[in-house]
Design a protein around this ligand. Structure first.
Ligand code: ADP
Length: 464
């Protein structure tokens, strides 16, 4: 128990540890791939800008023209606005106009997309322009908009045109460019972000192999753990069965032995030795208990023999109806109460090939269980029929029935339903194991339907 719990705890801890370790490693890898992707596209953008410079083509011609004309008007308009509220509304309008022009009129996006494509990289992306500083300038400078991060890294002034630096960061999208545009009337800094709709997919593709290996290693560890734990449980179950069997066997053997001992002592008594009928009665009791003891020892020996050598059937052709009648009748005689055992056969005079000794014991086991596992007057019925080249024998009772969970185990060696070592009903857990073994040895099988509290039906099917 202690060993099992330790293995369980250690196993679970190991699995948690491995999953956590893999998660940390994968997270690091994901971050690294993300950064690499950002770096790759930043450096590509840098290359694109360099090649753009070489061609002396400006992708911002239209933008600069529009902004310059607009700013020239603003230089005139702005000093006329005295009202604070109106001024701030105007500033907002200017910012919106600049952003709209930048987003619509620049040719940088198509140039960059073409460049990425040429280099064999993903060329489909979304872009976004974020203005970080905007000033309308003439003799005076009027700040229209300035964000905090720009305050901290304000670039040194330069002549008209546009400049760039490829820094900046953003979590969801990649900031590939920081640019500056200006002329006599305005001064503008903005950032250019690109956003791959399938950025996650790109990273996933890069990390797929590592992800797969991680998942496989977790799967292997979990499988090994489950197999080990199952083996441990099975070992425990078998050891419990063995202990139960030894306890049951001791109990089973002790009862007839005790009866015989008491009967022997009774015979020694002077009063009894003179009474012939009493002597006969005691001798019968000793005889009955000895037969029972012998049967018990035989079944144990026989089953232990099966472990070592495959048992051989000595089959004989018999009229199955006649045979069943004989077996049930002699069981009735031994059992004493004939009214509770009924028989009904539809074998149509079929001859079946069976081992008479084993088959008799098999039917007797089922009949004695039907009597034994009953808490009221037993009502047992034995029915026989023929179906698809098989003979079917049903033995049904009105006994205590078998719980669903026990049903698939009752044919296992040593298995006894209910808890505890020795329960109300005596037995070794070998009877149904024997039945199954004999039925399968005849090329057939045995099945069970049962309802706790209502009774059970055992069906033996044997080909003929
Ligand atoms: P044993 O009777 O020696 O315990 P068996 O192999 O004959 O062993 O039966 C296995 C278990 O199946 C029994 O312990 C009992 O719980 C259950 N069982 C067998 N036959 C019946 C029956 N007719 N009705 C109810 N329970 C049964």
């Amino acid at each position: 128990m202690k060993k099992r719990n330790t293995v369980l705890t250690l196993g679970i801890l190991a699995i948690i540890f491995i999953i956590a370790a893999q998660a940390i490693i994968l997270r690091g890898l994901w971050k690294q791939q993300n950064e690499m992707l950002t770096l790759r596209y930043r450096s590509l953008t840098q290359d694109a800008m360099n090649s753009l410079r070489g061609t002396r083509v400006s992708v911002h011609d239209t933008v600069m023209f529009l902004l310059s004309r607009y700013s020239e008007n603003m230089v005139k308009e702005l000093p006329l606005i005295k009202d604070e509220q109106k001024l701030s509304e105007k500033k907002q309008e200017i910012l919106e106009y600049f952003t709209a022009v930048l987003n619509k009129e620049q040719d940088f996006t198509s140039f960059l997309s073409g460049y990425f494509g040429e280099q064999g990289f993903e060329k489909k992306f979304k872009y976004r322009i974020v203005i970080s500083n905007l000033e309308i300038t003439n003799t005076d400078t009027l700040v229209i908009y300035r964000n905090e991060s720009f305050e901290n890294r304000r670039p040194a002034g330069a002549g008209p045109g546009f400049g760039f630096s490829s820094q900046g960061d953003s979590k969801s999208s990649i900031s590939v460019l920081r640019q500056r545009l200006f002329d006599n009337y305005y001064y503008l800094n903005f950032e250019y972000y690109i956003d791959f709709s399938d950025k996650q997919k790109l990273i996933l593709r890069e990390t797929a192999a590592s992800l797969l290996i991680s998942l496989l290693s977790i799967l292997v560890v979990v499988t090994i753990f489950l197999i080990t734990y199952r083996n441990l449980m099975e070992e425990k179950r078998l050891s419990n069965l063995k202990t139960d069997f030894i306890n049951n066997m001791t109990h089973e053997l002790k009862t007839p032995l005790a009866t015989i001992t008491v009967a022997g002592k009774t015979l020694e008594m002077e009063k009894i030795s003179k009474d012939e009928s009493k002597i006969l009665e005691t001798a019968k009791l000793i005889g009955k208990q000895s037969v029972h003891l012998n049967q018990l020892i035989n079944i144990i020996l026989e089953i232990s023999m099966w472990e070592r050598t495959e048992f051989q059937l000595e089959k004989k052709k018999v009229d199955i109806e006649e045979f069943m009648n004989d077996v049930v009748e002699s069981f009735k005689t031994g059992y004493g109460n004939s009214s509770s055992l009924s028989q009904k056969y539809n074998f149509n005079g079929i001859q079946a090939d069976i081992d008479l000794v084993y088959f008799t014991t098999m039917i007797n086991n089922l009949l004695s269980n039907a009597v034994k596992y009953c808490d009221k007057d037993p009502l047992i019925s034995v029915e026989g029929s023929v179906k698809d080249k098989n003979i079917c024998i049903n033995i049904s009772d009105n006994g205590i029935g078998i719980a669903k969970a026990d049903q698939r185990h009752v044919f296992d060696k040593f298995y006894r339903a209910s808890t505890g070592n020795i329960h109300k009903y005596k037995g070794l857990g070998l009877g149904l194991y024997y039945v199954k073994k004999i039925a399968t040895a005849h090329g057939g099988d045995v099945s069970l339907t049962s309802k706790p509290g209502k009774g059970s039906i055992f069906t033996v099917t044997i080909p003929y």
